[in-house]
Design a protein around this ligand. Structure first.
Ligand code: LLP
Length: 433
């Protein structure tokens, strides 16, 4: 009935998530409110982890891409579920370290890691650094020699695979700020350079072809391209590449028309390709990593809002404004992303009119959903926007000095705040007169 499997309608005829009544949650914690179903997050972690065991003999590790949603509590869930974590900034790394996440399972990405970020990573002996470019390789080698350490790295490679998705989140082609290209020879050059550095150990390769992808073929193609490059490296330098990180990007259902692939089919499909090419090229089977972000958290989250002004412009459009918007969910204004919504206090009412759900920021483009069929909505209704668990809280801002909403985790009818609501005091806390 709903795009997210975590939702149902309870006896009070209210929307329910993780055994909790959404109207009660809205009343207890206020709105806007991010709510996430912890049971479902854990379930998704297990699907990925089990498929690695089933299809690749457990010779791999699922890393969660923490950019999708990163908090101390999320790190705790991941640790308990036996996943690793991918971080892309000093802030994400710091969060994982503060959560006492096992350092060997932290992978550090990014196209322009700073000296201080790399220093923090090396000092803390994190698992791997995914080196993006030659400048970073030099910087990292200097830091490692200063600290008298040998650092294990992967290289970020552009496999040149096109995945069908929004331009902004397409990263596999040559014209991308991420990684080194195969076609130009840059990738082979950087491998050679790493081999000659005394404080660097090249253990693996990484690629990430895009996000919100619904098709298995680009993943299979990327695996093939990467495995052949592993073969080329062995032929040229006699070096066995031990790890292959195939990134994330698995699509989810935001609206009923979306038809995502079963999560376990990704590992099934790429395992087959990896095994085939390893045999063909005479290279050892690599330890495989994959990095789902969105697909672990997005379907498990909703955002609850209170409806305010309703503005009907005859023959033009009916705007229903809520008490949040682009500050807590910038994905419409950035990517014109699609979402589905439900009235939390009347989820089964018939959808009789086409409306546009607007935020409260001073921007005409601050919409959450354009043209959605909904029941007639009145001020004071509670509106749930669905599948907001990924890239919402993590991309939220204080535009218009609006405090960011709290995050509440729900599980088995219990709720728990894992990120507090910001206050006006928080908003001015770094200001100096
Ligand atoms: N690994 C790497 C190296 C990545 O760059 C990303 C996402 C992931 C893994 C996780 O991809 P996922 O499984 O979440 O699709 N802000 C955009 C998404 C940007 C994704 C960037 N990289 C959005 O809201 O759609």
């Amino acid at each position: 009935m709903f795009v997210s499997e975590c939702l149902k309608v309870n006896k009070a005829n209210h929307l329910e998530i993780g055994g909790c009544d959404c109207v009660e949650l809205a009343k207890e914690y206020g709105t806007p409110l991010y709510v996430m179903d912890e049971g479902l997050i854990r379930n998704y972690c297990r699907i990925y982890k089990n498929s690695m065991d089933k299809y690749y003999g457990g010779n791999g590790l699922v890393l969660y891409a923490s950019k999708a949603f990163c908090t101390l509590y999320m790190c705790k869930i991941l640790q308990e579920e036996g996943l690793g974590v991918d971080v892309v900034s000093g802030g994400e790394l710091y969060t994982a370290l503060k959560a006492e996440f096992p350092v060997e399972k932290i992978y550090f990405h990014g196209n322009n890691k700073t000296y201080d970020e790399l220093m923090l990573a090396v000092q803390n002996d994190i698992g791997r650094i995914v080196v993006d470019n030659k400048y970073e390789l030099g910087l990292l080698n200097d830091i490692a020699s200063k600290l008298n350490k040998k650092v294990k790295i992967l290289f970020r490679i552009k496999p040149g695979v096109e995945a069908h998705t929004h331009d902004f989140i397409q990263t596999g082609q040559i014209d991308s700020k991420f990684g080194v290209a195969l076609e130009t020879g840059e990738a082979m050059e950087i491998v050679q350079e790493a081999i000659n550095l005394s404080n660097i150990e090249l253990v693996g390769l990484h690629c990430h072809i895009g996000s919100q992808i619904f098709d298995l073929d680009p993943f299979k193609l990327a695996a093939k391209v990467m495995m052949n490059f592993i073969g080329d490296i062995k032929d040229k330098f006699g070096l066995e590449i031990k790890e292959l990180n195939l990134g994330g990007g698995y699509g989810i259902k935001y609206v009923p028309e979306h038809d995502p692939i079963q999560y376990d089919s990704y590992i099934e499909a790429v395992s087959k390709v990896v095994k085939e090419i390893a045999a063909q090229r005479g290279v050892q089977l690599p330890f495989i990593l994959m990095e789902p972000g969105r697909s672990i958290v997005a379907p498990a989250g909703i955002t609850l809002y209170t409806v305010g002004a309703v503005k009907d412009i005859p023959n033009v459009r009916k705007y229903v404004s809520v008490d949040g918007g682009m500050g807590d969910n910038p994905r419409y204004i950035l990517y014109q992303s699609e979402y589905d919504a439900v009235l939390a206090n009347r989820p089964q009412d018939e959808k009789t009119e086409k409306i546009t759900i607007a935020g409260k920021c001073c921007e005409s483009g601050d919409l959450l959903i354009k043209d959605i069929m909904m029941p007639e909505i009145k001020p004071g209704d509670y509106l749930a926007v669905l599948a907001t668990g990924g890239y919402n809280y993590s991309m939220a801002s204080n535009y218009n000095r609006i405090p960011r909403p709290p995050v509440v985790m729900v599980k088995d009818g219990q709720s728990k705040v894992v990120v507090k609501r910001e206050t006006y005091e928080d908003i001015i806390k770094n200001d100096i007169i």
